[in-house]
Design a protein around this ligand. Structure first.
Ligand SMILES: Nc1ncnc2c1ncn2[C@@H]1O[C@H](COP(=O)(O)OP(=O)(O)OP(=O)(O)O)[C@@H](O)[C@H]1O
Length: 435
């Protein structure tokens, strides 16, 4: 949960998303409302429901990005689903409740990652205390302990041998890697640990250096703190209180009744989604989840269908409407240069790993933005996504040859862009396939 003000939230979003002020403000207020709700007394708090949002705008203009960044900022569990998925052939009451189950899974990963960092610091100090006890002896005076603590932190005692009682991890099966868990005892977890836990841990005394004891102890201490049950409980709480569900292409299931060939299953999808948004209890393998306070952000282009074509109940549940505007050539220039994760920054950093120094001139950026905007106009408007294909193409040659060009400096100016892209952009047929 974040206590950032709406203004601060918008300014954080500004680091990654250009323009779209209204949408940023709407999500910032939605997030702040959660914080406000938490300040309320118990009885009133239960009465306050989130004001869900309907984002209206063409593809690739930042709808998902704003929502995803918001979730990250709030450390909120987040999931994106396509409403149309539920109209596909084979949809026989496809379980929209699965959305909530998937959200719980996402929350588990998020919570565990967060806890691991927290736990690491705590585990470190718990490990330190155990080493000090081994050095100073049980029941040593605080002064003595403090002296050892100082020496320990300065590394003076690294080679000192100590004897510690640790979990017996000797097992014929050895250890196995847990991917994505570096830094916790070198990413190794011993099967003995698992079985030891289940069957009552055997303890053994072992001699080792202070330096070597650390990894072992931190692993033991972290294990104690990272309790699976606690992770699950926290994940369920995070989903209920902070979860964000992003439903894309809601306009595609909003066909009007009188439209010929309008698919009946579309209204079905809206009917299925309704209880989730209105608040229901979904059972998951970890326990029941109440959806009442989950924030729903629905989005769509609404080129043909209009928000008023949605079921009235659904319209009522998506009271905040924001329009996102199509991106212009000027926006592309800013997207290429101003955001923290700007593609120009990414490509420069990638090439730097090959010792090739890439820089962009103003006219180079202008040329890239113009090409993206032109192709969007002539072929199909896919918004900022066009920048990805344009950049990939302009760098194709350099990406391939970079390992042989270490030490070179490459300037991406208008001429460079013309050399690598000029031909393509002059033919709508070609750019349809390549850009
Ligand atoms: N206004 C913007 N500023 C910076 N980057 C943007 C902006 N709009 C889109 N992008 C980038 O373009 C890509 C696609 O954007 P996004 O996923 O938000 O599209 P969308 O509007 O949700 O479209 P769709 O409804 O088709 O999913 C993302 O990588 C995003 O970073």
């Amino acid at each position: 949960m974040t206590d950032l003000t709406p203004r601060e939230i918008v300014s954080e979003l500004d680091r990654f998303i250009i323009g779209q002020k209204d949408a940023k403000r709407a999500v910032a207020v939605a997030l702040r409302n959660r914080w406000r709700r938490k300040q309320l007394g118990d009885d009133l708090r239960e009465e306050v429901y989130p004001k869900n949002i309907l984002m209206i705008g063409p593809t690739g203009v930042g709808k998902t990005e704003i929502s995803r960044r918001l979730a990250k900022l709030a450390r909120a569990p987040f999931i994106k689903v396509e409403a149309t998925k539920y109209t596909e052939v084979g949809y026989v009451g496809r379980d929209v409740e699965q959305i909530i189950r998937d959200l719980v899974d996402a929350a588990q990963v998020m919570v565990r990652e967060g806890m691991r960092d927290e736990v690491r610091a705590k585990a470190h100090s718990a490990a330190e205390e155990r080493v000090i006890e081994a050095l100073a002896g049980e029941g040593a005076r605080e002064q003595t302990r403090e002296m050892f603590r100082r020496k320990l932190r300065s590394g003076e005692l690294d080679d000192t041998m100590i004897e510690l009682e640790v979990a017996d991890t000797s097992t014929p099966m050895g250890g196995f890697e847990i991917p994505g868990q570096p830094g916790m005892g070198g990413g190794m977890m011993n099967l003995g640990d698992l079985f030891g836990k289940a069957f009552g841990q055997r303890r053994v005394r072992r001699r080792m250096t202070v330096a070597a004891s650390y990894d072992l102890l931190i692993e033991e201490e972290a294990d104690k703190l990272l309790d699976a049950e606690m992770v699950t409980k926290e994940a369920l709480r995070a989903v209920e209180q902070n979860g964000i569900v992003f439903i894309d292409e809601i306009d595609k299931v909003a066909a009007r009744q009188d439209v010929r060939g309008g698919d009946v299953s579309r209204e079905g999808v809206q009917r299925d989604l309704l209880p989730l948004i209105e608040g229901t209890t979904v059972s998951t393998k970890y326990g029941p989840v109440k959806t009442d306070h989950i924030l729903f952000i629905a989005s769509g282009a609404f080129h043909i269908a209009k928000p008023s074509d949605l079921l009235p109940e659904l319209q009522g549940r998506l009271p905040i409407r924001v329009n996102l505007r199509p991106l212009t050539e000027a926006d592309f220039v800013r997207i290429l240069t101003e955001t923290d994760n700007a593609l120009t920054r990414q490509y420069s950093a990638l090439m730097a790993t090959e010792e090739v120094q890439v820089s962009f001139t103003e006219d180079g950026i202008a040329a890239l933005a113009k090409i993206a905007a032109d192709v969007n106009q002539t072929v199909e408007n896919i918004g900022a996504r066009r920048l990805y294909t344009v950049m990939e193409r302009v760098f194709e040659e350099l990406s391939f040859t970079a390992p042989d060009r270490g030490g070179e400096a490459v300037v991406v100016d208008a001429a460079f862009v013309e050399t690598n892209l000029g031909e393509l952009t002059r033919s709508a047929d070609l750019s349809r396939y390549v850009l």
